[in-house]
Design a protein around this ligand. Structure first.
Ligand code: NDP
Ligand code: GDR
Length: 378
């Protein structure tokens, strides 16, 4: 039985990858951080009572900033494959926490690689490093491929560029099977709530139910190459199953503005939005509602009115330096890995809206029953 160790197991990708590897028959170890509240929501359905026989999924407390902890976990678990997914992954937040981001996302990668070397596992343990399209940053060329030069635009991207190169260096210096997946943005119903797609699908669902009036966003003109996380974690696995260790771009090859993602999300709920104005004064207004569609979704769009402003710009979400355009060229991964995504953008939006509408209806139901908030101090 193959053994995998996943850092960042409680995150979006960690959850999907755990499910995928368990289905493939792996024994999966995951590293989770200690927190004062439960942080395993995304993987609770996969967790087994550790007293049962045949346990195939085990969690270990750990942190990418703690070398000795990582060395001990890797020694105990002797993994065939390590997927290094843990990171302070929010680009905007990295401007507020640059030093921590460098430590976890940059040096954290080194700690994993060095632990493998220290333990004499360089020939046994393969490493997948979660690199990112943010490395391309300020546009040098489009579409962006494995040979496009990098120009990072945030403390996050600068930390990840260290992770990228230290992975290449350990591969070349010590013959390790260590690879970078340069993944473009990938989303899902499990996406963190403060990333733009999930922020939009949650807010659109709430607005359609009359639970929220307006959605405040930053740069609506940013363009991203968005795919589905379920497709992208499969590419991670494929990268480690090849004969030779190499780096791969994983993307859809289509780019879309944040503004269009907003339009598509509302449209999925039967609401047509038109944008007007410029920069900080741009706003999105309802110009039509599709009563038939709303009915099939169990929505009463009477809570909305034509001309209602449902999207506004709040400059606090602008970034000191922005990445304007990401568009990946996935030719190498399609040709060499045989990777083929199953979801396109409309299918992704539909999946996220379906899931968030269900969640928000639950909220609405609880609110009607008087259970909106739980006050611990009552
Ligand atoms: P998430 O933010 O959803 O998950 C990040 C995970 O890392 C969480 O489990 C988090 O734990 C954990 N983590 C954060 N800091 C530490 C630390 N110091 N020590 C140990 N664990 C830590 O990210 P995604 O799942 O979306 O992304 C996975 C990886 O891929 C990340 O490295 C990200 O930077 C990278 N990436 C993501 C892309 C995307 O579009 N999603 C695209 C390209 C790269 P906790 O749950 O406790 O917060
Ligand atoms: P990104 O994702 O920075 O590309 O990093 P995010 O969803 O945060 O932003 C995408 C674009 O949308 C613009 N934007 C907003 N972003 C957020 N979060 N909130 C807003 O209100 C908002 N309004 C507009 C942003 O300016 C940006 O241009 C993600 C992360 O998962 C990284 O870890 C990963 O490496 C990259 O994708 C690839």
């Amino acid at each position: 039985m193959k053994v995998a160790l996943i850092t960042g197991v409680t995150g979006q990708d960690g959850a999907y990858l755990t499910e995928f590897l368990l289905k493939k028959g792996y024994f999966v170890h995951g590293i989770k951080r200690r927190s004062s509240l439960f942080n395993t929501d995304r993987i609770d359905h996969l967790y087994q009572d550790q007293h049962e026989d045949n346990v195939k999924f085990k969690l270990h407390y750990g942190d990418l900033t703690d070398s000795t902890n990582l060395i001990r976990i890797i020694q105990e678990t002797q993994p065939d494959e390590i997927y290094n997914l843990a990171a302070m992954s929010h680009v905007r937040v990295s401007f507020e926490m640059p030093e921590y981001t460098a430590n976890a996302d940059g040096i954290g990668t080194l700690r994993i690689l060095e632990a493998i070397r220290t333990l004499g596992l360089t020939k046994k343990t393969k490493v997948y490093q979660a690199s990112t399209s943010e490395l391309y940053g300020l546009v040098q060329a489009v579409p962006q491929s494995e040979s496009t030069p990098f120009y990072p635009r945030s403390p996050y991207a600068v930390a990840k560029i260290y992770g990228y190169w230290i992975t290449v260096n350990y591969r070349e210096a010590y013959g390790m099977f260590a690879c970078n997946g340069i993944l473009f943005n990938h989303e899902s119903p499990l996406r963190g709530e403060t990333f733009v797609t999930r922020k939009i699908t949650r807010a659109a669902s709430k607005i359609a139910l009359g639970l929220q009036k307006c959605l405040y966003l930053g740069n609506l003109s940013a363009q991203r190459d968005w795919g589905h996380a379920k497709d992208y974690i499969e590419a991670m696995w494929l990268i480690l199953q090849q004969e030779k260790p190499e780096d791969y771009v994983i993307a859809t090859g289509i780019t879309t503005t944040v503004r269009d993602f907003v339009r598509m999300s509302f449209a999925e709920l039967g609401i047509t939005i038109e944008f007007s104005g410029k920069d900080e004064n741009e706003k999105g207004v309802i110009i039509d509602v599709d009563a038939e569609k709303a009915k099939t979704l169990g929505l009463n769009l009477n809570v909305l009115h034509l001309g209602q402003t449902v999207v506004k710009v709040d400059p606090k979400y602008f970034r000191p330096t922005e990445v304007d355009l990401l568009l990946g060229d996935p030719s190498k991964s399609k040709n060499q890995l045989g990777w083929q995504p199953k979801y396109d953008l409309p299918a992704l939006v539909k999946d996220m809206i379906t899931s968030d509408l269900k969640l928000m209806k639950k909220d609405e139901f609880l609110k009607q029953g008087g259970y909106q908030t739980l006050n611990y101090f009552e």
